[in-house]
Ligand binder design. Structure first.
Ligand SMILES: Nc1nc2c(c(=O)[nH]1)N[C@H]1C(S)=C(S)[C@@H](COP(=O)(O)O)O[C@H]1N2
Ligand SMILES: [Mo]
Length: 173
């Protein structure tokens, strides 16, 4: 068996490099992305005296990864598993307080979210979907995810608008 494999690989060097590449890709996916230790999120608010707290993916992970497995209006027939810290734990770690959050995305979209959402709904700031870091070219680095399947109210426009992806900043007031 091994001999046959070895012979195949000498005959087809492309196969060998293909295999190596596939292995690297498989290994790479669940591991942290290159930007794991870069600051990706700032949290500003009334208590920070002009120095917003910043978080890397590693910092966010360290807050305790929670899981929401749910359908969403954006993921078709799939039922992805989202993981990330609870939004309220991120705000607590930033040592901020306030009744209203303004969440801003890298694409310029921004939305207001009442703090009560974070308190009431176990909203997470997802940084992974199905075990892979959220891709910054689509929904990454972070995506506000509600447990949509637990209550039909969560798929109304109000909560869809609050489901902001590409999150880079939170302002609390
Ligand atoms: N970063 C970012 N998040 C976003 C948006 C956006 O444009 N950018 N659109 C919001 C709005 S208005 C809604 S209704 C939902 C769904 O957007 P869609 O209807 O374009 O899928 O995502 C929200 N999250
Ligand atoms: Mo919307």
């Amino acid at each position: 068996m091994l001999q046959t494999m070895a012979r195949l690989l000498t005959l087809f060097p492309q196969l060998a490099s293909g295999l190596v590449l596939t292995c690297l890709l498989c290994l790479g996916a669940p591991l942290s992305p290159a930007w794991a230790d870069q600051p990706i999120l700032s949290v500003a608010g009334p208590l920070d005296q002009g120095e917003p707290a910043t978080f890397s993916l590693a910092d966010l992970k360290a807050l305790g990864m929670q899981t929401i497995t749910t359908t969403t209006p954006w993921t078709g027939d799939e039922t992805p598993t989202f993981t990330g810290p609870l939004l309220r734990d991120v705000l607590a770690a930033a040592k901020e307080a306030g009744r209203r959050l303004t969440v801003t995305a890298k694409d310029g979209y921004s939305v207001q979210i009442p703090f009560m959402d974070a308190a009431d709904w176990n909203v997470i700031l997802a940084i992974e979907m199905d075990g892979a870091p959220l891709d910054p070219t689509t929904y990454g680095p972070a995506w506000v995810i509600y447990p949509y399947d637990t209550n039909p109210i969560l798929i109304t426009d109000l909560y869809q608008e609050r489901s902001i992806w590409k999150v880079v900043r939170i302002d609390m007031e």
